[in-house]
Design a protein. Structure first.
Length: 486
């Protein structure tokens, strides 16, 4: 099995559905919120009563344009909506309003890391607007299926990728990028566990060098990015096994069982649905013009990819630091705030990713709940860089004390703690004199040639000064005074 795997190339295309964070639903004024009491955000429109008419939610158009611009897509000027007919047990209209022939965005790409850690472009086929269905609940009532229609009509963006993805790890990275992007753009909360971001994976394998793609299988029902990866891994192995045994992969839709880590057939190609798409007669065609696109563009926030490039190329931070900083939108925003008050980018990044993130992890809180303002962290960084406090004192003493002294400046807190570094020459030579007097043996050995003992003597000096001597200044002074003794 292991060697046969190398004979095959994996081909994956992903369809991601993102529930939009709008106040109201896609085509009605019903409230769009997660976790409300069942069937409370439901009017006659969501119930599909005869005679009710959909009304386009303008915010969804803006969101779609935002995402399209972020993916370098082309935004269509003329669009219309379509009805996708189907027996939806939890969509009372009996059809979904979607964009079939005229998606709002076409083309474009997302930059994603491959297995070797190199960046590649994964093409975007289309992004279109549509609505969610309600939720059938099978596990509350023993005898009946219950339905919650709060989700019926919630606006969705469907993002369809080209079959450009070549491994389960790349798929993992792609979904992570999509989630990061919708969060930066504030159009979806990206929560896969609650189903606000969902992913269907299309997977096929072919012999390396083959021209044609293999038959694809679509896998649904993954509730985490990790499970998307697991489902794909299972499918790759299964499909290769089928082919190696001389069989053919049948085109079908499969579901993922997270407990077993396996996929199970749900329906085959022969049972494919005929959706009988036709133009939605109750909604006006949609026109998007250049000024409208420019208005959205002018309000776009900084995006993770741009920030990453700025941090690595302009600021010279490591790939690792830059990746971690942009990983979470609010960490990146916090970092940007720090940088408005300090020029010392590297120290700021170290302090944020080390001390601040350590605190957040320990307290299990998000940066948005962190009580210390970015300007305070900037002040701390500036004190370190000015040689007023050492990095380790800043981290071990001053930082923890900031929490109880929110009304004081960092300098005041450091003064109160008596940790301001001594860079006064007289007091430093005073410390050095004390060290020389109390360590005669080590001093003699140093003079006799054991120059490495300067390290030990520096340690003694830091002890005598209670960590307050500025080492950058004290070290050359110590050497000079020792050498004068020889
Ligand atoms: P369908 O008509 O079955 O929905 P599409 O052509 O619309 O198929 O493609 C749906 C998704 O499947 C897209 O993300 C696309 O990139 C991907 N895809 C298409 N063909 C393959 C293939 N042979 N292997 C893997 N993914 C594929
Ligand atoms: Mg499809």
């Amino acid at each position: 099995m292991e060697n046969s795997r190398e004979k095959y190339e994996v081909v994956i295309g992903l369809e991601v559905h993102a529930q939009m964070l709008t106040k109201t639903k896609a085509y009605s004024n019903d409230v769009n919120e997660f976790g409300a009491h069942p069937n409370t955000n439901v009017s006659v429109v969501s119930l599909g009563h005869p005679g009710t008419l959909p009304v386009m939610n303008k915010k969804t158009i803006e969101n779609a344009i935002k995402l399209g611009l972020a993916c370098h897509s082309t935004i269509a000027s003329n669009q219309y909506f379509a009805r996708k007919n189907y027996f939806y047990p939890d969509l009372p209209k009996g059809y979904q309003i979607t964009q079939d022939k005229t998606p709002i965005c076409t083309g474009g790409y997302l930059v994603v890391k491959d297995d070797q850690g190199n960046y590649k472009n994964v093409g975007i086929t289309r992004i279109h607007m549509e609505e969610d269905a309600g939720k059938s609940i099978h596990d509350v009532d023993v005898f009946d299926t219950l339905v919650d229609l709060n989700r019926a009509g919630v606006p969705l963006l469907e993002i369809v990728s080209e079959p450009d993805i070549r491994s389960s790890q790349e798929a993992y990275n792609y979904v992570t990028e999509v989630r990061k992007l919708v969060r930066y753009l504030d159009i979806c909360d990206g929560n896969m566990e609650e189903g606000s971001l969902r992913c269907d994976a299309n997977i096929s394998v072919r012999l390396v060098g083959a021209q044609e793609f293999g038959t694809k299988v679509e896998v649904k029902n993954m509730n985490s990015i990790r499970n998307v990866q697991r489902a794909i891994e299972f499918e790759i192995t299964r499909q290769i096994e089928v082919l190696e045994q001389g069989g053919v992969v049948s085109q079908e839709t499969r579901g993922f069982d997270a407990l077993k880590g396996s996929t199970i057939s749900m329906r085959s190609k022969e049972a494919a649905n005929d959706y009988r798409y036709f133009p939605e007669p109750d909604l006006q065609p949609l026109f998007v013009d250049e000024p409208q696109i420019e208005a959205v563009r002018s309000e776009m926030p900084a995006l993770p990819r741009e920030l990453y490039l700025k941090y690595t190329e302009t600021f010279g931070l490591s790939e690792y630091d830059a990746t971690n900083l942009v990983d979470n939108k609010f960490i990146a925003l916090y970092f940007e705030e720090i940088l408005t008050q300090t020029k010392h980018i590297k120290t700021a990044a170290n302090f944020l990713m080390g001390e601040v993130k350590g605190y957040l992890n320990q307290q299990a809180i998000e940066i948005t709940e962190f009580p210390i303002q970015p300007t305070i962290i900037a002040e701390l960084v500036n004190l370190i860089e000015a040689g007023k406090i050492s990095y380790s004192i800043a981290s071990n003493k001053v930082f923890p004390a900031l929490f109880e002294n929110s009304n004081k400046s960092v300098l005041e807190v450091a003064t109160l703690l008596n940790v301001i570094q001594d860079s006064d020459e007289d007091s430093i030579s005073n410390y050095i004199q004390q060290v020389i007097t109390s360590n005669p043996t080590e001093v003699q050995r140093y003079i006799a040639g054991e120059k490495q003992l300067v390290g030990f003597l520096m340690g003694q000096l830091m002890k005598v000064s209670q960590g307050k001597a500025d080492p950058k200044q004290a070290n050359p002074m110590l050497r000079k005074m020792l050498d004068e003794l020889s």
